[in-house]
Design a protein around this ligand. Structure first.
Ligand SMILES: N[C@@H](CCC(=O)N[C@@H](CS)C(=O)NCC(=O)O)C(=O)O
Length: 207
């Protein structure tokens, strides 16, 4: 059964799905949609995802949107306990950090990203950047403390939580501005970058 993914590679949410599929060695077709490519507001697309957002997958007729739900689905279907732990408590731990990425970390860093990368310098608001940096540094301190005692987000094993928090960290660390030193985050991030499946994702520039 074939897997199709709609979404441009500059989307952090698409990056999560591509990395997950590559970890699972899943063949897939990716169609550039969203941003300058457009194509995500057509009636056909809106029938599949009424939000008009990317990423979106069709897995042999099963259509799914929301990046973290897609990552969980693919990892549960193909991981065999890898990426998506069998143990209920370890899975809940991974799940919790995935929710933290979606509801805490990414909202905190959004203004810094939008202002520094997607807004022309003359229209930029330093106040928005400063507030976003302060909120994100608080969360990066939490992440650094967490990773001081673990190789990966939930312990010794790499899971889907590393994929989604790792994609957000890639974006944060790639912003052209100073970052507070976070030795444990930096050690973890270096380990993620060396994974063959992360090549083409964590090697992308921040755009
Ligand atoms: N909660 C959604 C957010 C999806 C989202 O905001 N996607 C952005 C790209 S990261 C989008 O579709 N933007 C419109 C566009 O690219 O045209 C998810 O995680 O999938």
């Amino acid at each position: 059964m074939s897997l199709t993914l709609w979404g441009r590679m500059s989307s952090v949410n698409v990056q999560k799905v591509v990395w997950t599929a590559r970890e699972l060695e899943l063949p897939f077709e990716r169609i550039d949609v969203g941003g300058a490519f457009g194509g995500n507001r057509t009636p056909e697309y809106l029938r599949m995802n009424p939000n008009g957002k990317i990423p979106l997958i069709d897995d042999g007729g099963f259509v799914l949107w929301e990046s973290n739900a897609i990552v969980r689905y693919l990892a549960a279907k193909h991981g065999g306990g890898r990426l998506w732990p069998e143990s209920l408590q370890r899975r809940a731990d991974a799940d919790r950090w995935m929710d933290w990425q979606a509801t805490e970390l990414t909202p905190a860093m959004r203004d810094a990203f939008m202002q520094l990368i997607r807004t022309p310098a003359e229209k930029r608001s330093q106040a928005l950047v400063d507030a976003s940096n302060a909120a994100t540094e608080t969360l990066m301190a939490i992440l650094d403390t967490h990773l001081a005692e673990r190789r990966f987000m939930t312990g010794e094993a790499f899971t889907a939580a590393d994929v989604v928090v790792g994609c957000a960290a890639h974006r944060w660390l790639g912003l052209p501005q100073p970052h507070a030193p976070r030795p444990n985050v930096e050690r973890w991030y270096r380990a993620l970058v060396t994974r063959p499946a992360a090549s083409g994702v964590l090697t992308l520039p921040i755009t």
